[in-house]
Design a protein around this ligand. Structure first.
Ligand code: ADP
Ligand code: MG
Length: 625
């Protein structure tokens, strides 16, 4: 019997391979845009007709190609981006397989014009069905323009398989947005059927995000940044009050390459914890930069998944980065003073406040509103707003001293609404919630867990443990910075013997531990002598126990790579904080509340738990009606 195996003609082989790379017009868009980025272009234009079915053209001002390279570029596995296998592990281009142009040319009519800066004339090449139909010198601007016409004309079955124009256009826009997002320093534009859909001037990432997702997100972006030895995380996350019911504004890039990852998505979501309403998605645009040697992108030409050497570590870093971002930018939704019109009303100075301001007395209202949209200024002013809320309260509180300063009294008596708590006294309030009896102004505790603290406009329910953890954390950070905590000297030093590993650890961080109010000295071997402990320590917790717990916590945090100080402050705060179930007297409660709102980030505990929830009288009244 005759031999039956034959090599396929190139054009057929290319067509088969093309199925991998070119699934729809959007795939062509992605490949061409990425080539333009790889070519170092600063200006990239995309022109699309009929959802890419008739024309996809990308014009760039990048490095261009020589005549030979231009022709070579259509050969399968022809690439300028890697030379040998090891280059794969140091990849800094989007492309590397040298398959895209060959694949596209197998299923469409492709016209390329290209000129390098150093060449006087450019080159024009026409390829159809994997065959060069024309090649000639031509006038051309520097850079490359590639037009892809009549996609899949060689494979009608595939063409018939394409979705309706709006769907394919959506896919194209998605790819366009991803490449544009990853390269904010490059100008991008997109035209579809003669109308300009995107016009994205070169700028920074924030500008790019806003241009792509819309002006409304500008005030909702919180920068995220985390640097570790193996990974750099940067980008933006949306405030928790800006969420959508559907996905679409969540983007991860690893080394500028867009990827999908449910695993990493989960890390971000878990950082938001219960800040989000259920079934909603926050916005995020996050860039993970990692040594190319520790990721594997070489799985599939259109692969959007990625494999990390150590996924869990990446997960943790990401979570920490997002938490830090949310925590350090004061983004609990109801508390964004500059955003919430309701708050601005509440903060309108009352006559009494104006009077106070003029006389410069304690309850004075100091209007110092930053320009709208100034993020940093807003950040700085949130704290001041807190003061105002409380200062307003002081006007009617014991600290204001003079009961005659109570305002709104007259009006309120005319028609006081009542709020009753079962078994408790009737609480009288006026419409503006500006008067209430003295007994109600002091914070009180419920279930030995929560503290109720009054605001002019309602009240806060404070989680004593989380709040205490936050307060101590910031205090400890300060202590480690430059204000050591006072030590309570022990009458008789205690000795503790640690395991070898713990002893080594403690030796490493002994200086820092002693800044936190301990006075610990090495005692030989793995034994340490405790000569003193932090003066402010809760009762009922022994210094040895505290030390052991702190060391254990510190070790547990190591993989988060927080740095010695941050880790130690967290570990210590976690273990020295008030517990649930601890009864507090009014003075202790007031101290805690005051100290919490003196914190730079009163919203969350360092481990991410909410410190308080705000209840608004207006909202409560609505719920009752
Ligand atoms: P890859 O990008 O994987 O190298 P492609 O098939 O996409 O493979 O491109 C093949 C080669 O053609 C590239 O390596 C590059 O040298 C050249 N090339 C493609 N597009 C451009 C462009 N817009 N500007 C300059 N060179 C380009
Ligand atoms: Mg390419």
């Amino acid at each position: 019997m005759a031999d039956v195996i034959k090599l396929l003609p190139d054009s057929v082989a290319n067509q088969i391979a093309a199925g991998e790379v070119v699934q729809r017009p959007a795939s062509v868009v992605k490949e061409l845009l990425e080539n333009a980025v790889d070519a170092g272009a600063t200006k990239i234009q995309l022109i699309v007709k009929d959802a890419g079915k008739t024309l996809i053209q990308v014009i760039d001002n990048g490095c261009g190609m020589s005549e030979t390279d231009a022709r070579m570029s259509f050969e399968r596995h022809a690439t300028s981006k890697i030379r040998e296998a090891k280059d794969l592990f140091a990849l800094n281009t989007m492309g590397f397989r040298g398959e895209a142009l060959a694949s596209i040319a197998a299923v469409a009519q492709v016209e390329m014009r290209s000129r390098r800066a150093t060449d006087e004339l450019g080159v024009r090449i026409l390829v159809e069905d994997s065959t060069v139909k024309a090649q000639e010198a031509c006038q051309a601007p520097q850079g490359t323009s590639i037009s892809v016409k009549n996609l899949f004309y060689t494979v009608p079955a595939r063409r018939a398989f394409l979705k309706a124009d709006p769907v394919e256009t959506r896919h194209i826009m998605d790819e366009f947005q991803r490449v544009a997002m990853a390269n904010p320093d490059v100008f991008f534009s997109m035209h579809h059927n003669d109308s300009e859909i995107f016009h994205l001037p070169a700028g920074n990432l924030r500008q790019r995000v806003v241009k792509i997702f819309g002006e409304a997100v500008n005030k909702k972006l919180v920068p995220a940044e985390q640097e570790t030895d193996i990974l750099h995380i940067s980008g933006f996350v949306g405030k928790p009050d800006y969420v959508k019911k559907t996905r679409g504004e969540q983007l991860f890039f690893v080394n500028k390459r867009f990827i999908r990852s449910n695993y990493l998505h989960h890390a971000v979501m878990s950082a938001y914890e219960d800040l989000l309403p259920s079934d909603t998605y926050p916005l995020y645009v996050l860039f993970l930069d990692i040594d190319p040697a520790s990721v594997d992108i070489n799985v599939h030409p259109t692969k959007q998944e990625i494999k990390f050497d150590d996924e869990r570590l990446v997960y943790n870093f990401l979570k920490v980065a997002v938490r830090h971002a949310l925590g350090s930018h004061n983004v609990t939704p109801t508390l964004d003073f500059e955003q919430e019109p309701a708050f601005q009303q509440r903060l309108t100075p009352t006559p009494q406040m104006r009077q106070d301001r003029d006389s410069g007395s304690i309850g004075s209202y100091r209007p110092s509103r930053p320009e709208p949209g100034e993020d940093a200024a807003r950040h700085a002013s949130n704290l001041e707003h807190w003061e105002k809320l409380y200062k307003g309260l002081e006007l009617f509180g014991a600290s204001a001293g003079d009961p005659s300063r109570t305002m709104g009294d007259q009006d309120s008596k005319d028609n006081p609404p009542f709020i009753t708590r079962p078994g408790v006294e009737v609480l009288e309030m006026d419409d503006d919630a500006e008067t209430f009896s003295k007994g109600q102004r002091e914070p009180y505790q419920i279930h030995s867990q929560y503290i109720v603290s009054h605001l002019k406009s309602g009240f806060l329910l404070i989680d004593q443990q989380a709040a205490s953890e936050r307060v101590l954390y910031e205090r400890y950070l300060q202590a480690l910075e430059n204000q050591p905590i006072a030590t309570q000297k022990a009458l008789f030093p205690k000795t503790v013997e640690l395991s070898g590993a713990d002893a080594a650890l403690l030796r490493d961080i002994l200086e820092e531990v002693n800044c936190l109010g301990f006075e610990i000295a090495e005692f030989g071997g793995n034994t340490f002598a405790i000569h003193g402990s932090p003066a402010e320590l809760q009762e009922g917790i022994s210094e040895e126990m505290l030390l052991e717990k702190v060391l254990a916590q510190y070790k547990g945090n190591l993989e988060l790579q927080l740095g010695t100080r941050d880790n130690l402050a967290r570990s210590m705060a976690r273990n020295a904080a008030l517990r649930r179930g601890q009864t507090l007297n009014p003075q202790e409660m007031q101290d805690l509340v005051d100290r919490l709102f003196a914190c730079s980030v009163p919203y969350n505990s360092p481990s991410g738990r909410k410190c308080f929830i705000q209840f608004d009288l207006e909202d409560l009244q609505k719920q009752f009606s």
